[in-house]
Design a protein around this ligand. Structure first.
Ligand code: AMP
Ligand code: MG
Length: 322
């Protein structure tokens, strides 16, 4: 079965085709804010303007006639962006007379990670711009064991970068600066049970402006934030007795975060998994693949039920596949 998937919850509009065995094609078009962070309406306009050319491109790479179903990210995400994605998906489903399936974006990050790495039942750390969650499966549901109480780690890194005049997305640049950091400045380490918070840290780090080298601020920020994420991930693994961990989401590209998690896993004889960078951040292949899993297990979304869900939680989806 060949499934076309459309991802467009935030900054990246991405369309892909996958089947059981492989990713056939992926095309992307990223929205870049002229200044500041992601503006939901501007991002949705970007998606609406880019959709026709992206669809044209994907059908040049993979024949339209061979598509068996359409999957789209139904949420969570920015409302205006989700609506553009859903509208395109409904239209394609009607025009090609193929079934439609709405996919939970967080679930899609986890499932493509499992598929591409071979992890069976991991504790997943999902770290992106808008989301930061520790997720694990118990029977027929994925559950969130810990999550940010305010902003996602990616958003925190991007905000900090912006304060220093670094354009969006600032995460990669903070990583580069942090490599040259030497002095550690203590920042608020906020872990409450299994949950964590970043906004106080951003404020405290911003206050170091003019008093510390930017490299040291970036270094201190990464060390503190990533230690928090590692602690909570380890606690979830210990509670559940799981011996696999999977890192997904755009911030997962960060080598220092990977190093900390890998060390933690080694210390407890667990296996560390991370998919290739291309499939870590938001991408259409994860939506197409999860749509395929869902369709094979009897899920289908009728047009009347395809309303977008900006606050869609991973726990809401019943998981009937292995
Ligand atoms: P996503 O929403 O999953 O596509 O992830 C986007 C987020 O990942 C943005 O906030 C980026 O700043 C962040 N990001 C991408 N690469 C890195 C990196 N190497 N280190 C830290 N953050 C990163
Ligand atoms: Mg994401």
């Amino acid at each position: 079965m060949n499934v076309l998937g459309i991802e467009g919850t935030a900054w990246n509009l991405s369309v892909a085709v996958v089947d059981d065995e492989r990713v056939h094609a992926v095309v992307n078009k990223a929205y870049k804010p002229k200044e500041g962070g992601i503006h939901p309406r501007e991002a949705s306009q970007h998606h609406a303007e880019s959709m026709p050319s992206l669809l044209k491109k994907i059908f040049e790479l993979f024949p339209k006639e061979k598509i068996d179903a359409i999957a789209f990210s139904q949420g969570p995400g920015l409302g205006p962006c989700l609506r553009v994605t859903a509208t395109a998906a409904r239209l394609l489903s009607l025009k090609l007379s193929k079934p439609l399936v709405g996919v939970n974006h967080c679930l899609a990050h986890v499932e493509i990670g499992r598929w591409l790495t071979g992890a069976k039942n991991p504790v997943t750390l999902y770290v992106s711009g808008g989301n930061s969650q520790v997720i694990a499966r118990r029977r027929d549901r994925y559950r969130v064991f810990g999550e940010t109480l305010d902003i996602g780690i990616g958003n925190a890194l991007d905000k900090l970068a912006r304060k220093f005049g670094i354009p969006h997305p600032g995460g990669p640049k903070i990583e580069e600066l942090a490599r040259k950091g030497e002095k550690y400045y203590p920042l608020p380490y906020v872990v409450k049970g299994m949950d964590f918070s970043f906004s106080g840290m951003v404020t405290a780090a911003e206050k170091l402006k003019g008093k510390a080298r930017l490299e040291d601020i970036a270094y201190s920020f990464q060390e503190t934030a990533f230690a928090m994420l590692t602690e909570v991930t380890e606690r979830a693994m210990a509670y559940l007795g799981y011996d696999e961990m999977l890192l997904v989401g755009g911030v997962g590209a960060n080598e220092r975060l990977q190093e900390m998690l890998r060390t933690m896993c080694e210390d407890r004889n667990a296996k560390f998994f991370a998919p290739p960078k291309q499939f870590m951040g938001d991408n259409g292949a994860m939506i197409a693949y999860t749509g395929l899993l869902m369709l094979k297990n009897g899920f289908e979304t009728k047009i009347e039920e395809s309303i977008v869900k900006p606050n869609f939680r991973i726990e809401e989806v019943q998981v009937t596949w292995p």
